[in-house]
Design a protein around this ligand. Structure first.
Ligand code: NAD
Length: 348
């Protein structure tokens, strides 16, 4: 079980391992960087098949959080945690409380939040043992309504703003003239589809979950295609909103869209594919820039803020992306590399 020689280890400040024999908790917290502030990131519970898989995931995800927070101009660093276990069969209040105590033991270097396999109710259990839990007691949505703590409405709005910025830059067209292909119409993809439908865009969608497909089809008149075809449809914009690695050597040559702008994390299988997109004249909105509104939301719920301030902060995603696209064009370099360098200049 190697850490320093793991290919995802990248100057992480702190990696902590914990086993609580009473509850059975086995967990890892990775603090990537705290130059800009305490590290914030979700806790993922997943039945990793071995320890190396869990370490690689937590190292990779925590690094991504540093870049995301830096580009969103948040006073936060990047961290993430993983619990090794099946969220459907291994979860217990004792495990969540033990995780809270583990988070507390880092003295505020890491602030835990929800992620895949971990619900807001689990974070509440952790918060019984730690002061360092984020995303709880959310007060407002970006529209000023009461919030249930789900960051997806903010993430979808930020993605919509970012998609519009990419279209303005690359295509100079109104959304009502465009067709957008959305891969995955779950929490974020469905809400993005709603914004786009209201702006007059035509939609093509794909999802593995039948009821999600039916809903988007009936509410937005979306055309439905197979999940293996969505990346290759005739559309102006491709919005990956499901899994990571949508852009990979198998799919990249069949992408017809001239803009890629979606909420999914880790959309490029490898960083080098950013150059391939650039060479093909495809404007790619770097994932951690366009999908940052979820942590912007969590931040504004923690400090003395308001819905209006949070909305204005989310809308800065459009400005940040336009700056990245402009630099990318001026330097003739891919957007993902330009974004990485801008982020590193802030936290290194
Ligand atoms: P979700 O689970 O609610 O939605 C994902 C949808 O994708 C589901 O409807 C699922 O059925 C579908 N799907 C799964 N495999 C698919 C496939 N092969 N092809 C097409 N559809 C498929 O998740 P979400 O919260 O909407 O998040 C979507 C993406 O955005 C994820 O990558 C997530 O990490 C990222 N993200 C989400 C947030 C947030 O606030 N929820 C914030 C930042 C990033």
């Amino acid at each position: 079980m190697a850490v320093f020689s793991n290919s995802s280890f990248s100057e992480h400040e702190h990696v902590a391992f914990h086993h609580d024999p009473v509850s059975g908790l086995k967990a890892i917290i990775a603090v990537h960087n705290t130059v800009l502030g305490p590290s914030l990131g979700g806790c993922r519970m997943y039945p990793y098949s071995n320890d190396d898989e869990a370490i690689t995931d937590v190292l990779r995800l925590s690094k991504g959080m540093t870049y995301k927070a830096a580009m969103a101009n948040l006073p936060m660093g990047g961290g993430k945690s993983v619990i090794i276990g099946n969220p459907h069969t291994d979860k217990s209040p004792e495990i969540m409380q033990a995780m809270g105590a583990f988070v507390e033991s880092l003295g505020g270097q890491y602030i835990v939040a929800e992620d895949s396999g971990i619900a807001v109710s689990d974070v509440h259990l952790m918060a019984q043992q730690t002061k360092h839990a984020g995303g709880l007691n959310a007060k407002f949505t970006y529209e000023g309504a009461p919030s249930d703590g789900n960051p997806a409405p903010s993430t979808a709005y930020g993605t919509f703003v970012g998609l519009k910025a990419a279209v303005d830059f690359a295509l100079q067209k109104d959304l009502s003239e465009l067709t957008v292909a959305i891969q995955g119409v779950g929490q974020v993809g469905y809400r993005l589809a709603k914004h786009l439908h209201e702006a007059g865009a035509k939609l093509i969608i794909a999802d593995t979950f039948g009821p999600a497909v039916d809903k988007a089809q009936s509410e937005f008149g979306a055309k439905v295609v197979d999940i293996n075809e969505i990346h290759a449809v005739d559309a102006d914009v491709l919005a990956p909103c499901a899994l990571g690695a949508t852009i990979n050597p198998t799919t990249i040559n069949s992408i017809k869209a001239k803009v890629i702008a979606g909420a999914a994390n880790n959309q490029l299988l490898t960083e080098s594919l950013g150059q391939v997109l650039f060479d093909k004249g495809i404007t790619y909105a770097p994932d951690y820039v366009i999908n940052a509104a979820g942590i912007i939301d969590i931040h504004h719920q923690q400090v003395d803020s308001s819905a209006a301030k949070m909305k204005a902060h989310i809308e800065m995603i459009g400005t940040t992306l336009t700056d990245i696209f402009t630099l990318s064009q001026a330097q003739q370099r891919p957007t993902n590399i330009v974004a990485n360098e801008l982020a590193e200049a802030k936290f290194k």
